[in-house]
Design a protein around this ligand. Structure first.
Ligand SMILES: [Zn+2]
Length: 339
């Protein structure tokens, strides 16, 4: 298959590979959405990754009424350590992938350039690319889902770091006697405040004191906890407050470390909206009340809750856009649509 874009084509494909779903977005060069597809399953074993991701891309292109001949580049965000130059996934613990050359393999299968990046770093790039935060050039994207991680943008550029680890704050220890983390330490932020940790906190509280509407829920998850909190359940409210306190410290840490203007918050757990956000904002207010120094960096509006949606897949679009620009500078416009 030719890698030369077809006249009148110029489609970009963004892919967000998650632990439990693959989301694909197809846009034109002005970033208008042309098609989308979400596959609600794990991508599976590494030897099936190309096939499964390729099929999801095919379904999104069907939705767009297009085919691979119109695609100038594909960008993929993967939850793990990525070597963007080699296009390989060094390690994606939740997917069970190690040293997987996904980029070259997918590029060979699809016949288009494929660009790879860590999913949260890619999402931060997508927010910058589309100016979702307006003219803000110093911000973090804090993702709270199965894990916790941040993507850092400084002076209008994504900060990767020499190992691509900039922003991996989910593995900062906040309680050295806390639960064991797969990274080898104890009490990492994500063992205390990510989705599975929120469910575990609620289950532990239930075991100690069963008086909660959550006692009726089987297979408790973070969304159940926030739903119960929104309904006035005292146990769930307590858990939401504990998590909000930890996440407010994470926001404070990001603001102090980088003097950033905005921490954009997203990820699966943040889909609980106000029930998730309000405890975090109250905890931020307590930090501000105690510290004039904190007040200087934690400006009003420092936390920006992103709309639930395609933040990850838009990150893939941003990767695809820069890959397309590198592969063929005239193939893709540089105009950015509003929104
Ligand atoms: Zn850890």
């Amino acid at each position: 298959m030719s890698t030369v874009p077809r006249p009148g084509g110029g489609l970009l494909v963004g892919v967000d590979v998650g632990g439990s779903k693959i989301a694909v977005l197809v846009t034109d060069s002005a970033l208008a959405v042309r098609g989308r597809y979400a596959l609600p399953t794990n991508v599976g074993a590494p030897d099936r990754a190309v096939e499964v991701i390729g099929a999801a891309i095919g379904a999104a292109l069907d939705d767009a009424g297009a085919d691979l001949g119109s695609v100038v580049a594909v960008g993929i965000g993967v939850p793990g350590r990525v070597d963007p130059l080699a296009g390989s996934v060094s390690q994606a613990v939740n997917l069970g992938w190690h040293d997987l050359p996904l980029g070259p393999a997918l590029s060979a299968a699809l016949g288009v350039p494929v660009s790879l990046e860590n999913d949260v770093r890619a999402a931060a790039l997508g927010l910058l690319d589309r100016r979702i935060l307006g003219d803000v050039e110093d911000f973090a994207y804090l993702s709270i889902g199965t894990g916790i991680s941040a993507g850092i943008v400084l002076d209008g550029r994504l900060r990767r770091g020499p190992r691509g680890m900039a922003g991996e704050i989910g593995h900062i220890v906040v309680d050295a006697s806390g639960p064991a983390c797969p990274c080898g330490l104890r009490g990492c932020l994500e063992t205390l405040a990510a989705g599975p940790a929120i469910a575990r906190r609620a289950a532990e509280a239930l075991a100690a004191d069963g008086r909660s509407s959550l006692a009726r829920v089987s297979h408790l998850d973070a969304a159940d906890v926030y739903e119960a909190a929104a309904g006035g359940d005292a146990l769930a409210i307590r858990v939401a407050d504990e998590v909000g306190t930890l996440l407010a410290r994470a926001v404070h840490l990001l603001a102090m470390a980088y003097d950033i203007e905005v921490v954009a918050v997203g990820g699966g757990v943040a889909r609980a909206r106000d029930a998730f956000l309000d405890p975090l904002l109250r905890a931020l207010d307590r930090i501000r009340d105690d510290s004039p120094l904190a007040r200087q960096v934690l400006v009003p509006g420092v936390v920006h809750l992103l709309p639930a949606g395609d933040t990850g897949a838009w990150g893939g679009i941003a990767l695809a856009r820069s890959a397309a620009a590198m592969a063929s500078p005239t193939a893709v416009g540089t105009e950015v649509a509003d929104g």
